[in-house]
Design a protein around this ligand. Structure first.
Ligand code: HEM
Length: 195
């Protein structure tokens, strides 16, 4: 089969597949790192983990922007013909919420460090100094952005769990191509609705 770069009405191409798994793994790793680093007792280790967390957060922000651009330029395959009405409505809403979280999490993290009175510079992967966002610098402001960042992270845990369970249900219960078509373009058979 031809090397599929772009999505079609029935298949995901390689760019969408690679971005999906790269961002998915980084995103889950970033949540785990965030939860671990705020619980570490050694201040030095916590500091180093937070610098890594900030770098990965900016990497994710760039990758998600790329992915959204690719998605808007490409569209996505149709759902399999047997998909129920409820899921037809819920799936796009859940995907929209996942994209929103992938943008809002790094942005609130960025706002949180920008609001900090400690004014520790953010240097993604030690390459350059990232400018701060224009937010008020105060303890109260930092606390607000920290709470927003944490709430969004917990919402992301819930949504990612639902997303994974839905994909597994498609594969093991419904036996359709929703999961496999996000793994290999050549593993896809055409069980989507006709346009
Ligand atoms: C997709 C990207 C991101 C995810 C999924 C994420 C996730 C998390 C999580 C789960 C926590 C722990 C929350 C808690 O339990 O208190 C956290 C904390 C934190 N995040 Fe992020 N984050 C992301 C991006 C960023 C970015 C881009 C920055 C900064 C530039 C950042 C800065 C921080 C800081 C400083 C903390 C520690 C807050 C504290 O001291 O309590 N995060 N993040």
């Amino acid at each position: 089969m031809a090397f599929l770069i772009r999505n079609t009405q029935t298949r995901y191409g390689w760019i969408a597949i690679l971005l999906h798994w790269l961002i998915g793994l980084l995103f889950i790793g970033q949540i785990a790192l965030g939860l671990a680093m705020v619980r570490v007792t050694s201040q030095r280790t916590a500091f180093e983990l937070i610098q890594l967390h900030k770098s990965l957060g900016f990497l994710l922000l760039g990758l998600v922007a790329l992915r959204l651009g690719w998605r808007l330029a490409n569209g996505t395959p149709n759902l399999p013909a047997g998909t129920g009405l409820l899921e037809r409505r819920a799936a796009p809403a859940a995907h929209f919420a996942l994209y929103a979280l992938q943008l809002l999490l790094p942005l609130t993290g960025w706002a949180l460090v920008s609001a900090s009175v400690l004014e520790i510079p953010t240097m993604p992967f030690d390459l350059f100094v990232m400018p701060n966002l224009p937010v008020a610098v105060s303890d109260a402001g930092e606390a607000w952005w920290r709470a927003a960042h944490a709430c969004l992270a917990y919402a992301a845990v819930v949504l990612v769990t639902i997303h994974v369970l839905a994909a597994l249900r498609h594969h093991f219960r419904l036996g359709d191509t929703v999961l496999t078509r996000m793994i290999l373009p050549s593993r896809q058979r055409d069980d989507t609705e006709p346009e």
